[in-house]
Design a protein around this ligand. Structure first.
Ligand code: TPP
Ligand code: MG
Length: 282
């Protein structure tokens, strides 16, 4: 990655963080922890890796994103708005009655969203189906990216989908595990110990790599490596922090879906001021 590309992605991540924080502040709450942890991933996907056309969201040649941990909709919607799929002003209508920006991804409401979610555990099956269909049609230049939460992996359906991807060697579907170590009710190791994702995915037949999920270049490099893998399903484990990039939320004991009261609003304003130094810097 060139220096210019790296700088542009850092700025894009900062802008996505600003957009999300504004949405949480406006709504008075949000799935802040799990949205912030996938910000760099979404930045790399929409800022560099994915093929899409904002003027034609259902363009046949596009790549697909399945945000299986559907509560990260604010991160996805921020990227779609920044890329021109719809007017950015809509972001601040999140979860209003009649909105196009629900807090869980919805393909019937938001232009550019490819899968509706909310009930965890289902996205990888959908992604596997899309990848299988693309392979069947010989559309080998298109990719499906699926992002799954570490807590979400408690759902057995994921492991059925992994078997399917591995069996059919669907390397056109890149599986991301957002290893932010925490789920709704606490630390994953305490709720249901996952042990090693790498060991598990390899045992399931996947080529697997772990990278720093807060580092755009590392994520981009891992995707490029995954795209070179032949005849094997691929998985990228993202080592992330729940609440990533905003210290107050990283340190909050229960940062899954906190309410934003006066203190939170002040924290968000201060974080936005810091992030603007990145977006408005050289
Ligand atoms: C089937 C199902 N069970 C429970 C929930 C409620 N729920 C929403 S988010 C969440 C925690 C998910 O943890 P994780 O996948 O680690 O998400 P993240 O840390 O990225 O927020 C739960 C239990 C749900 N949406 N779907
Ligand atoms: Mg988690």
């Amino acid at each position: 990655m060139t220096n210019t590309e790296q700088k542009a992605l850092k700025k894009f991540s900062a802008q996505l963080r600003i957009d999300q924080l504004e949405m949480f502040k406006q709504r008075g709450m949000g799935h802040i922890g799990g949205c912030l942890s996938v910000t760099e991933l979404i930045s790399v996907l929409y800022g560099k890796q994915m093929k899409f056309d904002p003027k034609n969201p259902s363009w046949e040649g596009r790549d697909y994103l399945v945000m299986s941990k559907a509560h990260a909709a604010p991160t996805v919607c921020a990227a779609l708005a920044e890329k021109g799929f719809f007017d950015k002003k809509l972001l601040l209508t999140m979860d209003d009655i009649g909105t196009h920006i629900p807090s869980h991804v919805d393909r019937l409401l938001t232009p550019g969203v490819d899968m509706t979610g909310g009930s965890l555990g289902q996205g990888c099956s959908v992604a596997a189906g899309i990848a299988f269909g693309l392979r069947h049609m010989g559309r080998d230049d298109q990719y499906v990216y699926v992002c799954i939460g570490d807590g979400e992996l408690n759902e057995g359906q994921n492991w059925e989908a992994f078997q399917f991807l591995a069996h059919y060697k669907l390397n056109n579907c890149i599986v991301f595990i957002d290893n932010n170590k925490r789920q709704h009710d606490g630390y994953c190791t305490e709720v249901l110990n996952p042990f090693s994702y790498e060991d598990k995915m390899r045992a399931f037949g996947f080529w697997t790599i772990t990278v720093d999920g807060g580092d755009e270049e590392a994520i981009d490099d891992a995707i490029n490596l995954a795209k070179k893998v032949k005849d094997q399903a691929v998985c990228i484990v993202l080592d992330t922090i729940k609440g990533q990039g905003v210290k107050y939320y990283e340190d909050m004991p229960d940062n899954h879906a906190p309410k934003v009261f006066e203190e939170g609003k002040a924290v968000i304003d201060a974080a936005i001021a810091e992030l603007k130094k990145i977006t408005e810097g050289e």
